[in-house]
Write a protein that binds this ligand. Structure first.
Ligand SMILES: CC(C)(COP(=O)(O)OP(=O)(O)OC[C@H]1O[C@@H](n2cnc3c(N)ncnc32)[C@H](O)[C@@H]1OP(=O)(O)O)[C@@H](O)C(=O)NCCC(=O)NCCS
Length: 236
């Protein structure tokens, strides 16, 4: 299938290499929101324009498919939706050196980079990135738009909810739950469940940011900024 890569940055180059190595689809070029890249070439492929050129690429070049190669988890998911709305089929980029168990399930717009291992009964959600040399062990569940960075290792039965980021070289021990849009720092060893939207770092991993604490601070500021009658109403 003739395809485009959405995003011509560093991750876009990785994805181009993976798709070429896999040899299943033809990449005709990139699209990117950065107007300064339009008309330039990246690794020999033209950057045609932004999403507005998709109809022309479909009509003139026979483009039917796309893969979104944007590092930011939320932005990647948005562009995946936009591609589907524009009538493009989302493809996967799976490097031939990656090893995926036969009974693992893989969504759409997924990147499995060189040397990554996906073990038995894993489920990998749409728009996930399993980056170079990472290990996702048996029965783990990786949510939509998650990024597992290079060399990260997840033991068996780990759940990583949608939009989370597992930093380079991080380790998560078995059966843990990582809430949605959490951040695991580079090199962390995670030994406890991680709350949604929390950031944890270190060995063993400790929380340095949590949405609960931020919410509490914001609520406190809001209350102290109001006249005392309003505080009384909130308290009643
Ligand atoms: C976890 C991370 C997102 C935190 O970034 P941040 O919110 O900007 O946090 P800061 O840099 O302000 O650091 C806050 C504190 O955590 C510490 N810290 C940050 N990252 C750390 C890490 N990976 N391991 C240990 N400590 C870390 C800092 O030293 C700092 O400590 P201090 O308050 O005692 O000085 C970032 O440091 C990180 O590890 N990113 C992952 C990068 C990666 O994997 N890239 C691969 C892309 S493919």
């Amino acid at each position: 299938m003739k395809c485009i890569i959405v995003g011509c940055g560093g991750h876009g180059r990785v994805v181009l290499d993976v798709v070429l190595a896999a040899g299943e689809h033809e990449i005709v070029g990139f699209i990117d929101s950065n107007a300064r890249m339009h008309g330039r070439r990246v690794d020999g492929r033209e950057v045609f324009g932004d999403m507005r050129v998709v109809d022309r690429l479909k009509r003139d070049l026979g483009v039917e498919g796309a893969i979104v190669a944007i590092g930011d988890n939320g932005v990647r998911r948005s562009f995946a939706d936009a591609c589907e709305l524009a009538g493009l089929t989302l493809i996967n980029a799976i490097h031939p050196s990656a090893n995926i168990a036969r009974n693992a399930s893989i969504g759409r717009n997924v990147v499995v980079a060189a040397g990554a291992l996906v073990c038995a009964h894993c489920q990998i959600g749409d728009s996930a990135i399993l980056n170079t040399g990472c290990i996702v062990d048996h029965e783990s569940m990786i949510g939509t738009g998650v990024h597992i960075c290079p060399g990260a290792r997840l033991a068996g039965r780990v759940t990583v909810e949608a939009g989370s980021f597992v930093g380079i070289g991080a380790t998560i021990i078995q059966s843990l739950h990582i809430g949605y849009e959490a951040t695991i720092g580079a090199g962390a060893v995670v030994t406890r469940h991680v709350d949604a939207m929390a950031t944890v770092v270190g060995v063993p991993a400790r929380e340095i940011k949590s949405i609960a604490a931020e919410d509490e601070a914001a609520a406190w500021q809001a209350i102290t900024a109001r006249p005392s009658s309003a505080v009384a109403r909130i308290g009643s």
